[in-house]
Design a protein around this ligand. Structure first.
Ligand code: MSP
Length: 654
């Protein structure tokens, strides 16, 4: 019998910068669902990719002196590396700069035009460039972008419009008749009450003021609005409107689009309207997850509070980071990210509970049986409860996974893990081992633990793809049929003569205090590198010596002489100094990573060179409004750039 298909997607990420742990959150969750469905026998198509067009990318590339394509190519390489590091098992990576996608978008645009769903007019509106979105006056919050809070600009240009308003009633009807369509259900009310009921306006879907987009093929001065371009990825990736649309026929409609809550609107209003206009079925579900929050706000580069996923995976391993993301925050709700919470979860759930269960079991089989259990085994009074808990866990985990409630699923698995640790205390194997006549009983205890561990390994594998391999290795589970989801529906599938191979500790315990200091230093380093805008050391080295800039480029950087009037260490940081710097009629607070080279006293009185038009950022929660220039060499020495002799603070440096 042919397998049932399951088509799942992440949003296609915007490569305006490197991705942070917030983006990884969405991808890890989607990957977990894809892996789960594969284990349940589905023919899964898991799509991710990058959304590479738009004015903002054009601007960034220009600032960097490269073409937009060169710029996005660099970030895409980095994104693919990140997904490899995080073990993301996507089946297809779509780039909106792919020829296949461009052709599909042009075909979609043409079809909508020919069907009379697109008309030409002129647009005067308020546009938020970072969000690539037009807003009406009514939608603004305090006159600013309702999504990112930044200034919007008034734009007037000839544009094509999509008749979004025409689909309003059909969309409301669809949402109301299909309660599964928008998940979690709270997001449904938000869409109906905040966007649909107040009335939809036709949507401006082409731009003429910049070039970096997909040209409308019958009117090439226009490029397609990025959201129409981006949303189309879900079908262009399947070959829609191409010579080979077999995947489209097989996988569309999507079973679930997993998206962050701020883009649910695009996926449940604009996308359905486009599909209705194309006469295509709608996705079965749009799941709007919450945000990873840091210091009370969404992680974002401009706030300087991004967490680099590579720093975390390097330090703790991929599965620990994935486990934390899935377990700590209920999918659908916002949740706080703190280093402390991450380390505490690793210590409590992974090192103490799961890690201990494995090492105790393997250690005892080694010690009491020389590494192989005998066939003669008898049960004990506590076995029945372990069997019941294990089988019940499988049922509950399935229920939660189907609803994408990953945190509940993992919490349920840990009920079993803890129950098994309690079983060791109840059956007291160290006492049983003292009595030669109770060998079969002791072997039975070890078997129950080994079998429960095998079941746990299978249960965690969608979310934690590496740890099960270590569990199977230590319990010598070589037969692949014992690693399948079906094999855990029955307690006792593992042969009685369990063999073990002692291995390393799967999750070493972490010294919280020491680790927090080290982790924060590593993050600071990654953040200041990112702030200094090094887009990858290798890329930088390559371009640095060859990239020529004009005097106009140079004049964009405003440098001034500043006198350090006060300087102190940033609390709980070994690296940062906070200086108050007089830059001529204004005092700026600047945080710099120079504490290993200068004491605060040494800095006071220096006439340093300050970049005064750098976007303010927060470092360790402390606002930094500029940057002090410093020179460093390979020996690890660093010297602040100062001016030769006395000159007025605020003097321009050219
Ligand atoms: N390019 C669009 C999506 C187009 S889909 C047809 C876009 N890209 S994005 O890179 O800005 O965001 C991608 C996803 O990352 C969004 O779903 C967004 O919610 C998610 N996240 C970005 N920061 C996040 C957190 N701090 N926490 C959780 N998810 C976050 O939007």
């Amino acid at each position: 019998m042919a397998k049932e298909k399951f088509y799942i997607t992440t949003p296609i990420y915007y490569p305006s910068d490197k991705l942070h742990i917030g983006h990884s959150y969405c991808t890890v969750a989607t990957d977990t669902m894809a892996r789960y469905k594969r284990m349940r026998g589905f023919d899964v198509k898991f799509l991710t990719g990058t959304d590479e067009h738009g004015q903002k990318i054009e601007r960034i590339a220009k600032e960097k002196g490269v073409s937009p394509k060169e710029y996005v190519d660099g970030i895409v390489r980095w994104v693919k590396e990140l997904w490899k590091t995080l073990d993301i098992s996507y089946d297809y990576y779509i780039r909106t700069t792919d020829e296949k996608h461009i052709k599909a978008v042009q075909a979609i645009f043409k079809k909508l035009y020919e069907n009379g769903d697109i008309y030409k007019s002129s647009y005067e509106g308020l546009y938020c460039t970072p969000c690539e979105t037009f807003y009406t006056e009514r939608q603004l919050v305090d006159g600013k972008c309702p999504d990112c809070g930044r200034e919007v600009e008034k734009l007037k240009e000839e544009s094509y419009f999509f008749k979004l308003s025409k689909y309003q009633d059909r969309i409301i009807k669809h949402i109301e008749e299909n309660p599964e369509f928008i998940q979690p259900p709270t997001r449904k009310n938000e869409m109906i009450n905040n966007f649909l009921k107040p009335g939809l306006e036709d949507l401006c879907i082409s731009r003429t003021s910049f070039k970096w987009g997909i040209p409308v093929d019958f009117d090439p001065g226009h490029v397609v609005y990025v959201w129409v371009d981006a949303l189309s990825n879900y079908i262009s990736a399947l070959g829609y409107a191409s010579d080979d649309d077999s995947d489209f026929k097989k996988y569309w409609p999507a079973d679930v689009h997993v998206v962050g809550k701020e883009i649910v609107r695009f996926h449940t209003i604009i996308w359905p309207a486009m599909l209705m206009a194309l006469d295509l079925p709608l996705p079965k579900k749009v799941f709007g997850h919450g945000w990873l929050i840091i210091d009370g706000g969404k992680m974002s580069k401009s706030k300087g509070n991004v967490v680099d996923p590579k720093v975390l995976t390097d330090k703790y391993g991929v599965d620990s980071v994935r486990y934390f993301l899935l377990r700590e925050i209920a999918f659908g709700q916002d949740g706080n990210f703190t280093n402390e919470a991450l380390i505490n979860r690793i210590n409590a759930d992974l090192a103490n509970d799961l890690g201990n269960l494995l090492s105790r079991t393997v250690g005892m089989i080694d010690k009491y049986f020389g590494g192989v259990l005998p066939k003669e085994q008898t049960g004990n009074d506590f076995d029945a409860e372990i069997v019941k808990t294990a089988l019940n866990t499988v049922v509950k985990v399935e229920e939660y996974m189907e609803k994408m409630l990953f945190s509940d699923a993992f919490s349920e698995i840990w009920v079993l893990v803890r129950r098994c640790n309690k079983y060791i205390d109840e059956t007291t194997p160290w006492i049983v081992a003292k009595d030669e006549t109770r060998k079969a009983e002791l072997a039975g205890i070890m078997y129950t633990l080994s079998e429960a561990l095998r079941i746990i390994a299978v249960l965690i594998s969608p979310g934690m793809p590496n740890t099960p391999k270590e569990i199977y290795k230590q319990l010598c589970v070589e037969d692949d049929s014992l690693k399948t989801w079906d094999s855990i529906k029955d307690f006792g599938a593992m042969p009685k003569e369990v063999r073990i191979e002692k291995g390393s500790v799967v999750f070493p315990r972490i010294d919280v205090k020491k680790e927090l200091e080290e982790l924060e230093a590593a993050m600071e380093k990654a953040q200041s590198e990112s702030i200094a805008n090094k887009s990858g050391k290798d890329d930088k080295k390559k371009t640095e010596d060859t990239e020529i800039i004009t005097i106009d480029d140079f004049s964009k950087i405003k440098l001034r002489v500043g006198k350090v009037i006060k300087c102190e260490k940033v609390e709980k940081s070994d690296k940062l100094l906070k200086s108050q710097i007089d830059i001529g009629g204004e005092v700026r607070q600047i945080v710099s990573g120079i504490a290993s080279y200068y004491s605060p006293e040494e800095m006071v009185g220096k006439n340093v060179v300050v970049v005064v038009n750098l976007k303010p950022v927060k470092l360790r929660g402390v606002l930094s409004e500029g940057m002090i220039l410093a020179a460093s060499d390979d020996s690890g020495s660093l010297k602040a750039v100062t001016v030769d002799g006395d000159i007025k603070s605020g003097s321009e440096v050219r």
